[in-house]
Design a binder for this molecule. Structure first.
Ligand SMILES: Cc1cc2nc3c(=O)[nH]c(=O)nc-3n(C[C@H](O)[C@H](O)[C@H](O)COP(=O)(O)OP(=O)(O)OC[C@H]3O[C@@H](n4cnc5c(N)ncnc54)[C@H](O)[C@@H]3O)c2cc1C
Length: 596
């Protein structure tokens, strides 16, 4: 059974308690968002997720999207849910008030995104992509385009897409072929085929605004010749309402492993009118603005599914009775004990729990940096926030989606054979979560971005935005007797990370394949250290709260136990990652391709 109740207590913890001393400070521009107000917003978001979106998750998966006579229909109930979502202002939460948004802190917005993804990952893509598209338009489009499109998109009346992928090119966008021919009036006519376009066509909004990567006739080859264009499905009339169709048609919808209620479309552009966004041949720069926003959000998708999978597994582990507890019967009136008594089931539940809480803690830290980057009046804080975001974006994307997928598979395992049967609802989590490791740049590409671009940038300056707080924390808490094991574990893993950084930098300089061969392990290692740091901090805060006699002692005690589990059972993966990195590329690269 798909069970989900928004983890509001943990959300309040990461939002208000965990990162108070992270050096990004209290932001004057966001002072109106008090814990009371943000708590109320999160409670309302939880109702939308639990009461409106969750009930459509399984039915949407079963029904899927359909294409008939060029029209894509979303599953039953999606249109009504979208209208309700839009009218409630949920599409506009984090957008700039200048365009009708509510200017909510990202720290709160990312938590609402998590809830929406937990309740219904397919649904989350429709407003999610629109938000990414508005970010690129805000940053790079002309004032005229902003005025014409942003208010409608921010309100959710019109939705957005990102059209990069073509049949012959996904990761390597330098090969893309869609053409954009300049017209006398300053517009362009676009012709080409795109595949895998999320929300490329659907029945939720009256217009769809495509952000399309294409090549002008005089474009240099490769990624340096790609430009970005805004291409509406319907050209707006003078009064701003949708007018004539603009040559954008759906060839097919993709039949997928999961995410079935999200319309993934093959689109054809035929002499479609578009306008340049940003400078000619600099489309990747503008698209990266959108992709970076989206990458953090895709990480949150992994966490969202991981949380729903965890809660559904906990429910089942308490309900299903099999075998007896090894430490003595726990359910004497029943024929067997609930499976939650068994250590191996506990291993799975605690792993999911720790991954979710750890990811939420890191996500909230990055979201605070996003707010500091936007709103801080201190140039030093702003610069540090930018460095931290640059470093952590690939980590959030790849780590959270890897772990979300792992959590979804553990949920299936907790359900046993019933987990494999569609009726239980948990196999959907595993199918849905899988895509988040692939789109927005595969997780392998995220790892390459981390070691190839982020790690060496400005002589390691991005890394320092992370290394400094961890080093200071370890130093300040070295003598802590209660948590000696945790601090020692963190210090060791951090040491392994520092050594690995040196190894990769050194070997990578001589042979880039060495750095590439270490990339995925390095990303996992930095992720584990970040999680260790946030768990150790959380444990210290929880201990202080318990000493003060805090009301919700059960929450703080559980936080300490989950932190201990992370250090006992999950952080040891850091040693494995370190050893793998140290071993170098040779056994990976030695075989000739025809030996496979
Ligand atoms: C459901 C779904 C929704 C999607 N939504 C969108 C969307 O809205 N808009 C859009 O434009 N696209 C979308 N995509 C496309 C998605 O972003 C691509 O599938 C993804 O970027 C990978 O590209 P590819 O599939 O061509 O794989 P390829 O690029 O062919 O990669 C295949 C494998 O090779 C690896 N690889 C490739 N190059 C390298 C390299 N240089 N170094 C190391 N490893 C490498 C990859 O990591 C991967 O494991 C979607 C895809 C799906 C399935």
């Amino acid at each position: 059974m798909q069970v989900y109740e928004a983890p509001l207590r943990d959300m309040a913890f990461v939002l208000n308690e965990l990162h108070a001393d992270d050096g990004f400070g209290d932001l004057e521009a966001l002072s109106e968002f008090t814990p009371d107000l943000t708590g109320a917003i999160l409670e309302e978001a939880a109702k939308v997720a639990q009461e409106v979106l969750l009930p459509l998750n399984r039915s949407g998966d079963i029904e899927g999207c359909t294409l008939e006579n060029g029209v894509v229909r979303t599953p039953k109930g999606f249109k009504e849910a979208y209208d309700m979502f839009r009218e409630g202002g949920w599409c506009a939460l984090a957008s700039d008030p200048e365009w009708g948004g509510q200017g909510l802190p990202e720290a709160v917005n990312k938590l609402t995104e998590e809830m929406i993804c937990s309740a219904n990952l397919s649904f989350s893509l429709y407003p999610g992509l629109t938000h990414g598209a508005t970010t690129a338009i805000e940053g790079y489009a002309s004032d005229e385009l902003k005025q014409a499109y942003l208010p409608k998109m921010v309100s959710g009346e019109w939705s957005g897409t990102m059209c990069l992928t073509e049949p012959h090119c996904g990761t390597d966008l330098g090969m893309l072929r869609t053409k954009a021919v300049p017209q006398d009036d300053g517009s362009y006519k676009l012709t080409g085929a795109k595949i895998f376009i999320s929300a490329g066509e659907h029945d939720l909004t009256e217009n769809i605004v495509h952000l399309v990567l294409a090549r002008m006739p005089d474009a240099p080859p490769g990624v340096k010749g790609i430009s970005l264009f805004l291409v509406p499905k319907y050209l707006p009339k003078d009064d701003g309402t949708p007018g004539a169709a603009n040559g954008v048609s759906v060839q097919a919808i993709e039949h997928k492993m999961g995410l079935k209620a999200s319309a993934t479309c093959q689109l054809n552009f035929e002499d479609s009118v578009g306008w340049l966004v940003g400078k000619p041949h600099k489309g990747m720069e503008a698209m990266f603005t959108m992709m970076n926003t989206e990458r953090v959000s895709v990480g949150i998708q992994g966490l969202g599914v991981g949380e729903a999978a965890y809660q559904s597994a906990v429910w089942y582990a308490k309900d299903r009775v099999q075998g007896r507890s090894l430490s003595g019967v726990k359910n004497p009136d029943g024929p067997a004990d609930p499976i939650i008594v068994h250590p191996d089931v506990r291993r799975m539940l605690m792993t999911m729990r720790a991954y979710n809480e750890g990811s939420r803690a890191i996500g909230a830290w990055v979201a605070r940096a996003l707010d500091a980057e936007r709103y801080s009046s201190d140039p030093e804080v702003k610069a540090r926030a930018q460095d931290f975001i640059a470093l952590m974006t690939p980590v959030v994307k790849a780590l959270f989606t890897d772990l979300g997928h792992e959590a979804a598979h553990l949920a299936v395992q907790v359900y046993g054979g019933h987990g494999y049967i569609a009726e239980s609802g948990v196999e959907q989590f595993a199918r849905d979560a899988r895509i988040a490791m692939i789109y927005e740049g595969t997780n392998g590409i995220q790892a390459l971005d981390l070691v190839g671009r982020k790690m060496p940038a400005h002589m390691g300056r991005y890394l320092r935005s992370f290394f400094h707080p961890v080093a200071a924390f370890v130093e300040a808490n070295k003598e802590d007797a209660d948590f000696a094991k945790m601090i020692e574990g963190l210090e060791k893993a951090f040491g392994a990370l520092q050594l690995s950084t040196g190894t990769i930098a050194q070997k990578g300089m001589k042979d880039p394949e060495e750095a590439a061969a270490a990339a995925t392990d390095y990303l996992r290692l930095i992720g584990l250290v970040a999680m260790g740091y946030t768990f150790a901090k959380a444990a210290l805060i929880a201990r202080a709260k318990l000493a003060e006699g805090a009301e919700d002692a059960a929450f703080y005690k559980a936080k300490i136990t989950t932190a201990r589990f992370f250090f006992d059972r999950l952080l040891p993966q850091a040693t494995a990652a370190f050893l793998a990195i140290k071993s170098g590329k040779s056994s990976m690269m030695e075989l000739e391709a025809d030996a496979f």
